[in-house]
Design a protein around this ligand. Structure first.
Ligand code: GLC
Length: 558
């Protein structure tokens, strides 16, 4: 059976503000991306997801869109974008854009009209409510504080994210048609699909009623009434049919979809699902889920079995119904080597490459986040003043209001979303080769030894290893197994390793990762034919007895 192209693709995420600046204003742009396309081609990337480039007041760095059809001048022009699509195509790379349609910007003309005239058509595109005694309900926004903002008198509007991100009212059919029109307009310009932002929030419980408080602020989270809410499937099915379907090369859609119930997964990513794949959050937020950044766990407090089981659970759930995406990083997190490796090992070559091997061979389309391919580590934020991110500032304000000690606030600050927005480290030179001007966020001092230029011609670099992993997925004796094969957990009785099989129709692979920084003996559950990739030169295998070296990772043909 012919499989859609995106199943065997390797994806890369670009956060455009921080990728490459071409005009010296300290902010990355489209011409900067064009300059660096060769890097992506050499890495073997098939498809690039670029975080929002649309016109925006940049309150949430572009996730607050004021014109869905125009590129923001900060990033370039629409012509630059079309050129990028063409230049990428020449290198065999497809582009997917970010689709931010749960909300827009308060500076979008729809919202401006709605503010000016409560009876106009556009007022129905948003959630405006009248309330005499304070906010219409007690829902807490994703960035902290009430979801309601007063616009004078008794009139409020709802924003599940920042104040400048009013939620769009999906109950309104005219609004939905406008959004679909925009989606098709971009697909007609040659993009290959979308990463779909915050999509699980588009349906709100119709009563908009208050719910029991779950915190001292008297407010409640959104789960159940404004996240994965009954009725959402109708909207998603309509969007699939009216906007995403009907293109020759099947469009790739990846949903940002935390908390989708197991029984709904088939509708999301099953046959003719709403999306091609989704981002699961269980393993990516394993360090702070339910705790907050200020109480986040370090790897040494997260048992390897817990990490393994949460990844494997998503693998098995997704496999029962369809396809998914796999990733360790994106623009909303801190660096994976800090999150998933014990303190002190962030720059351990074997640790870093073990992590890469562990996730890049899972069953799903792998996403590499910019900088991950060179083992970029967290920056050490010295004060809140070094941070731009709206959600970090909101958290900081809440921590201060709650009287948290400075030490704990500084601890939480290191989990800021700005960690992964620190500029890409291209060279050891000034500003890490990112800009000729002053970068919009601090440059990590360690760019002098972690950078693309120095790793490019070094066969023993993290970058060279990532290239090997991508190649194994595409042209090796087990490429069919690694890209399309079934997932089967292995050696579950050993809590210190993460091992699994990939069973294809033409080939089979066995992937084993030693999460210990010491030698570790295992008995393999099967005979092996050859070593496809390993992060050590030698593999100590005697029959089925394998002695893994510290953080050793191996992909075998079986
Ligand atoms: C998603 C984005 C995040 C943004 C939010 C609101 O979670 O990944 O960066 O702030 O949606 O659009």
């Amino acid at each position: 059976m012919k499989q859609p192209w995106w199943k065997s693709a390797v994806a890369y995420q670009i956060y455009p503000r921080s990728f490459k600046d071409s005009n010296g204003d300290g902010i990355g742009d489209i011409r900067g991306i064009i300059e660096k396309l060769d890097h992506l081609q050499e890495l073997g990337i098939d498809v690039v997801w670029i975080s929002p480039l649309y016109k925006s007041p940049m309150d949430d760095c572009g996730y607050d869109i004021s014109d869905y059809y125009a590129i923001d001048p900060l990033f370039g022009t629409n012509e630059d974008m079309y050129e990028l699509i063409d230049e990428a195509k020449k290198r065999g790379i497809k582009i997917i854009m970010d689709l931010v349609i749960n909300h827009c910007s308060d500076e979008h003309e729809w919202f401006q009209k709605a503010l000016a005239d409560p009876n106009c058509e556009e007022a129905e595109y948003f959630y405006f409510r009248e309330s005499k005694d304070g906010p219409p309900n007690n829902w807490r926004s994703m960035f902290g504080g009430s979801v309601w903002e007063n616009v004078g008198g008794d009139r409020y509007y709802m924003h599940l994210f920042g104040k400048k991100q009013p939620d769009l009212n999906w109950e309104n059919p005219k609004l939905r048609e406008k959004l679909y029109e925009n989606i098709r307009w971009w697909l007609d310009r040659g993009i290959a699909g979308f990463r779909v932002d915050a999509i699980v929030h588009i349906k709100k419980e119709e009563s908009l009623a208050s719910h029991p408080a779950d915190g001292d602020d008297g407010m409640c989270g959104l789960q159940g009434w404004a996240r994965n809410t009954p009725g959402i499937n109708d909207f998603l099915a309509e969007m699939r049919d009216k906007a995403f379907t009907g293109y020759d090369a099947e469009c790739m859609t990846v949903a940002e979809a935390p908390g989708v119930a197991l029984e709904d997964l088939k509708y999301y990513v099953g046959d003719n699902g709403f999306f091609s794949m989704l981002f699961d959050f269980t393993y990516s937020e394993i360090n702070f889920w339910g705790l907050g950044w200020e109480n986040a766990r370090m790897k040494e407090d997260i048992p390897t079995t817990e990490l393994r089981d949460s990844i494997f659970k998503h693998m098995e759930d997704a496999q029962k119904v369809g396809w998914t995406a796999v990733y360790l990083e994106n623009h909303d997190y801190s660096r994976s080597v800090n999150k998933y490796l014990p303190t002190g090992d962030q720059r351990d070559y074997h640790g870093v490459t073990m992590l890469a091997t562990m996730y890049m061979n899972l069953r799903g389309t792998p996403f590499i986040y910019q900088g991950q391919e060179i083992g970029t580590t967290n920056y050490n934020f010295k004060s809140i003043d070094e941070v731009n991110d709206i959600s970090t500032h909101n958290h900081w304000g809440n921590w201060t209001a709650a009287g948290l000690p400075m030490e704990q606030k500084m601890y939480g600050l290191q989990y800021s979303r700005d960690q992964n927005r620190i500029p890409m480290q291209w060279t050891a030179g000034e500003n890490a080769g990112f800009t000729d001007g002053k970068a919009w966020l601090p440059i990590n001092e360690n760019h002098v030894d972690i950078n693309v230029e120095s790793q490019k011609n070094d066969d023993n670099s993290v970058l060279a290893y990532y290239k090997k992993l991508v190649k194994a997925r595409k042209e090796s004796v087990v490429s069919e197994a690694l890209s399309l094969g079934d997932f089967e957990p292995a050696l579950l009785e050993d809590g210190e390793i993460i091992a699994y099989k990939r069973i294809g129709e033409e080939s089979k692979a066995f992937v084993i990762n030693n999460y210990l920084k010491e030698d570790h003996k295992v008995t393999l559950p099967c005979d092996v034919k050859s070593v496809v990739v390993s992060n050590y030169d030698d593999v100590a295998l005697d029959g089925r007895e394998l002695t893994l070296k510290p953080y050793q990772a191996i992909v075998f043909e079986i």
